[in-house]
Write a protein of this length. Structure first.
Length: 384
């Protein structure tokens, strides 16, 4: 039976939440469901390569015909949002609530009531926290920090803020690492969720394997890491570990970001020209993964670690820092690849070990991360 499904996401700029939202929408469309993606702002660098209605809130047009709201929006942007810590969500409600409800009502009049509405990520939560229908599910993809007040007045404010955002909500986190900390914080704030679960991110195994066979852009032996060039990814640790390991292969760091200059400086420092490659962003990282010797993740913290799962799906051994949820993916013999965060020597030693004696994944290692398995969990949560 066809289902009507709405995904609400902040934007479709290139990022983990956005890519995963599109992957989920693609799968539902293939299953014959009616799927809509509603973005709360413009930005669409993630390719939607299947029949799917994608709608971006047209805030400018909405405000032009409502001058009183336009004045409020100006005051909110210039002043109100700074009056209370993280209070932007309360003031934003009066702008976004009528506009989002207008779009949802229009869509439901055209195609029927949505069976499930998935609000993706904390940034989307701040714009949609007022949604309390039983078919609405909120998801967290990174650790969600809930502040602690340094005085009784401030703590009462943070309790009020947290209850407004989350009380009575259906929530899933993409890792137990995220959910565990969230539940501890919610208990302190006396917040009761309607329900909470861990539902991991899925992989589109069939599509991934197809894309991985497009041919590696380079020849020769190499190991690989993939991610935005940011401080959190700790590519400085990876480069130092690689330099120390003296592995007889190249290191490919695939991605782009604001730490490129610092990474290039480290390459100069360790005289690694021609050995450490920075190709930039590639919309198909799987063709690089396919021919690599093994994958390395050096992050300090991850919300889930999609790229670890993708590397396993490409058949790669994985070496990773213990960045939170990675132990939920690398289990059994695969856990041998986990090392402490920030430990250059430990990472270097493990890279040398995996060069000589890699631990390869098998199909059972990724069987609970498939799209059919994960989407069924999500839909069950929305319907209960």
């Amino acid at each position: 039976m066809e289902k009507n499904i709405l995904f609400i996401v902040h934007n479709l700029k290139m990022g983990g939440i956005q890519k995963m939202t599109v992957a989920l929408a693609r799968y539902h469309q293939k299953q014959g469901n009616n799927v809509v993606i509603l973005t709360l702002e413009k930005g669409d660098s993630v390719d939607v390569d299947f029949p799917c209605k994608v709608i971006s809130l047209n805030l400018s047009e909405y405000l032009i015909y409502r001058p009183h709201l336009a004045v409020y929006y100006l005051i909110y942007k210039v002043l109100l949002r700074y009056l209370l810590p993280r209070g932007e969500c309360f003031f934003a409600k009066y702008i976004f609530k009528p506009l989002i409800e207008r779009y949802i009502n229009k869509l439901e009049n055209e195609s029927g009531k949505f069976d499930a509405i998935f609000v993706r990520g904390a940034r989307s939560l701040y714009r949609t926290w007022w949604m309390n229908a039983s078919n609405v599910v909120f998801s967290f993809h990174l650790p969600f920090e809930i502040p602690v007040g340094k005085s009784s007045i401030k703590e009462r404010y943070w309790k009020y803020w947290t209850k407004k955002l989350l009380n009575g909500k259906k929530v899933f986190c993409v890792s137990n690492f995220i959910l565990k900390d969230l539940m501890v914080s919610l208990k302190k704030k006396e917040v009761d969720l309607h329900s909470s679960e861990v539902i991991h991110n899925p992989i589109d195994l069939q599509r991934l394997k197809l894309l991985s066979k497009k041919g590696s852009p380079i020849e020769g032996d190499y190991i690989i890491s993939v991610g935005r060039l940011t401080k959190q990814k700790r590519f400085d640790v990876l480069i130092e570990s690689y330099a120390m390991s003296k592995l007889p292969c190249k290191l490919v760091i695939l991605g782009e970001g604001n730490q490129r200059d610092n990474i290039e400086s480290l390459i100069n420092k360790y005289n690694l020209h021609g050995k450490v490659l920075l190709p930039g962003f590639d919309g198909n990282p799987y063709r690089w993964l396919d021919k690599a010797k093994f994958f390395v993740l050096s992050s300090d913290v991850e919300g889930f670690g999609n790229v670890v799962l993708e590397a396993l799906a490409c058949g790669l051994p994985v070496v990773s820092t213990n960045n939170g949820p990675v132990g939920e993916i690398l289990k059994g013999p695969l856990a041998n690849g986990i090392v402490p965060c920030g430990d250059v020597e430990a990472l270097s030693t493990k890279m040398q070990e995996y060069w000589d004696s890699p631990v390869y994944p098998d199909e059972d290692d990724i069987s609970t991360f498939t799209l059919p398995y994960i989407t069924s969990q999500q839909m069950e949560l929305a319907s209960n």
